[in-house]
Design a protein around this ligand. Structure first.
Ligand code: ADP
Ligand code: MG
Length: 698
């Protein structure tokens, strides 16, 4: 079968429609149409009798005749009503427009299948079906009698005459046109071992399943295949890397590390911090490249770990760099490092988008000459024109979107690829981690620095702002500082949404005696930083902000975190925001403010926040709550691949299964040389060619 046949050769398509399908829906070939799966099916396997109808039924189909037509109502409420019977009762079919067409098309006394949602009207004592779908009962075609597929059609294509029904006709004609078997893309033994549907049956069942069970099995097969190849790619990548890539040896624990450890460290490391540093050091002296993920809850002290590991690199004559997700954070890291390091003979510099012109040029020269030991920055540090003399370690801090492919790019920064450390707070769903970070070894900091008092989290409704402000005043009078966070910068269409500007005005009025900072994402970076700095220095007592402060900002003196419209934040975000306080020895508070009416789910979210400070627990709850849509953003920019059938938020178990399968294959054929696995490796490299990002890591 030739899946690459141009779609214009499919009966019912032609050049004009082929263009539309191609441009608006990405359907260029027969194969593309096979893969254009419906987003739902409606069970049309059953025909109901009218006397069986009840008020809460979804879509049903009836078989019968139109007895007569009638125009009811006047003016804009005028409608065409057809009295319809199946010999067991009467329903009214209702149209609010197109009366002439309806009457011309559907004749009295002919038998029809009527499909739609019945609604009971006490006025008439009968069920109504508004704008039903009607098919001739004698020339039943397509899937009218089975599970009917519903295809999504983009607005532009819909405006030009395509709808789900047209696509249905096309897929139907496609299956007639191509009775041959669609080629298998998994080895037969694998299909059998895991009792999977064949690819051919699965694709056919995705469009026209015999029943709901067949649809489930088809979906499972395709999800598993999709996730399997992703996992196979990741594991092959890391296994090849282990075989081929030598790491820069870092055997020495030298004067930088030791001097810092013994004379500059302001506190004792926690046991967990010591352990993870040892794990990393073991990697770095193994002669292999370190590729490690450091997980640790907010406030667990990852920054310090990063600094110590960077010092190890420096001790071995190498440069190190750390990448933060925002300029503010990069600057904070710089500050932190410089403070910690004090007068140690070490050059630490900042490279972000705001370092420009002569300064940038000079910095780049010094970097290339090896005069800068540690570079702190944003994405700017991996731009092509940034050259290091001898880059030995790259630390990636809190960048959830920095996936496998992006990391692979770092390798070009040195002839022998640098060691890579990725740091993140725990609340990333495991399935996402398995996909984004599936090639990494994992270290966990499961302990907070001593003396931390658990943050007290409370929930206030909107109407308790007076006592809320009182609490803030109390804390500030004790010398503390407070954050107030709003979800948006500008008033959205929802009128109840407080916005930052308005909030700022109110806070200024309520606290005329305090100095108040305001920070949001649309400010110029320099202004934003200056304002953050004022708060960090204690010049201002309250920081009113959007979520720009979400990740990593460190002001230990701040003890109150107020989150306005907390109902609009996800769990992971709430937890990150809360982590901005509780960083000193004082009792800290997080106050979640919400409107009065909350959905059951939001209530649950808020409740979890008030009950636990544990990032692991929150991560788990988060995965359950997150809608698929929520994750998709991360998915698309995060993984290098677009998922067609699987969904990382919902299909955790399938991800795990796919990973186990891939693991087995890699272990069984590590050199990719055994004939029974050949199809897999071919398919993998084909997928790599089809998807650019993919190929960049394979
Ligand atoms: P995160 O893991 O969220 O990045 P940070 O590295 O910002 O956390 O650390 C949070 C705070 O804890 C910082 O103020 C840091 O100086 C402090 N800290 C880190 N390690 C220790 C420790 N072992 N003992 C006491 N305080 C620590
Ligand atoms: Mg951090």
């Amino acid at each position: 079968m030739n899946l690459s046949t141009d779609i214009k050769y499919l009966p019912g398509v032609g050049p004009a429609r082929a263009k539309l399908l191609g441009e608006e829906m990405g359907i260029h070939t027969f194969g593309d149409l096979f893969d254009y799966f419906p987003f739902k099916h409606i069970d049309r396997t059953r025909i109901y009798y009218i006397h069986e109808l009840s008020g809460d039924m979804p879509f049903v189909q009836l078989k019968g005749k139109i007895l007569s037509y009638e125009i009811e109502g006047v003016g804009r409420k005028q409608r065409l009503v057809a009295h319809f019977t199946d010999g067991h009762g009467l329903v009214d079919l209702v149209w609010f427009n197109g009366a002439k067409w309806v009457r011309d098309t559907y004749k009295e006394e002919k038998e029809y299948i009527v499909f739609g949602k019945p609604t009971y009207f006490s006025g008439s004592g009968r069920f109504n079906i508004t704008h039903p779908e009607i098919d001739d009962a004698n020339s039943l075609k397509l899937s009218t009698m089975g599970m009917q597929p519903y295809y999504s059609v983009p607005v532009k294509a819909a405006k030009r005459g395509l709808n789900s029904r047209t696509i249905e006709k096309l897929t139907n004609s496609l299956f007639k046109q191509c009775p041959e078997t669609i080629p298998e893309t998994l080895p037969q033994w694998l299909v059998e071992r895991y009792m999977l549907m064949s690819r051919d049956s699965a694709i056919r069942a995705m469009h026209y399943p015999q029943n709901a069970d067949a649809l489930n099995r088809a979906t499972y097969r395709l999800k598993l295949e999709e996730l399997f190849y992703i996992q196979l790619n990741i594991l092959k990548f890391s296994s090849d890397r282990q075989k081929e890539v030598h790491g820069i040896p870092c055997p020495r624990v030298g004067s930088m590390f030791l001097d810092f450890y013994h004379h500059h460290l302001p506190f004792t490391l926690t046991g967990a911090q010591q352990r993870v540093i040892k794990e990393m050091h073991a990697d770095m002296q193994s002669g292999r490249q370190m590729n490690r993920l450091l997980q640790g809850d907010v406030g667990s002290g990852k920054t310090l770990v990063a600094l110590l590991v960077m010092l190890l690199a420096v001790d071995n004559g190498l440069q190190a760099c750390i990448m933060a997700p925002t300029e503010i954070l990069a600057e904070q890291h710089l500050e932190t490092f410089r403070q910690f390091l004090g007068d140690m003979p070490l050059r630490v510099e900042l490279l972000t988008g705001i370092v420009k012109g002569k300064r940038r040029k000079a910095l780049l020269e010094d970097l290339a000459a090896g005069e800068v030991n540690i570079l702190v920055g944003t994405h700017a540090v991996i731009e092509d024109n940034v050259e290091f003399r001898n880059l030995g370690l790259v630390v990636i801090d809190e960048q959830h979107r920095f996936g496998v492919a992006q990391r692979a790019r770092l390798w070009r920064k040195n002839t022998v690829p640098p060691h890579v450390l990725v740091m993140t707070a725990t609340p990333i769903p495991r399935t996402l981690a398995m996909t984004l970070y599936g090639d990494l070894d994992v270290s966990v900091i499961n302990e907070l620095p001593p003396g931390r008092k658990p943050i007290t989290t409370v929930h206030y409704y909107d109407n308790r702002h007076v006592s809320l402000y009182e609490s803030i005043r109390q804390q500030i009078s004790l010398g503390r500082q407070a954050y107030i966070v709003y979800p948006l910068i500008q008033e959205s269409e929802k009128l109840d949404m407080k916005n930052l500007e308005e909030g700022y005005e109110i806070v200024c009025q309520v606290f005329p005696d305090y100095k108040i900072s305001k920070v949001h994402g649309k400010m110029k970076p320099a202004d934003k930083d200056a304002e953050m700095q004022r708060f960090a220095n204690g010049e201002t007592q309250i920081l009113v902000a959007t979520t720009v402060i979400e990740v990593g900002v460190n002001v230990p003196n701040a003890s109150v975190m107020v989150i306005e419209n907390a109902e609009r934040f996800g769990l992971a975000q709430l937890h990150q925001l809360r982590g901005r306080v509780g960083r000193g020895a004082d009792q800290s508070y997080c106050i979640l403010v919400t409107k009065y009416e909350l959905s059951a789910e939001t209530k649950k979210r808020i409740q979890i926040m008030t009950e636990t400070n544990d990032g692991f627990e929150i991560a788990e709850a988060d995965l359950k709550f997150r809608g698929p849509g929520d994750l998709e953003g991360t998915q698309q920019s995060g993984t290098a691949f677009e998922l067609r059938v699987a969904n990382l938020a919902r299909d955790g178990q399938v991800v795990q299964q796919a990973r186990n399968m891939a693991r087995e294959i890699i272990d069984a054929d590590p050199d990719q040389s055994k004939p029974e696995y050949a199809l897999l490796w071919q398919r993998l490299s084909q997928l790599g060619k089809d998807q650019q990002d993919w190929s960049s890591i394979s």
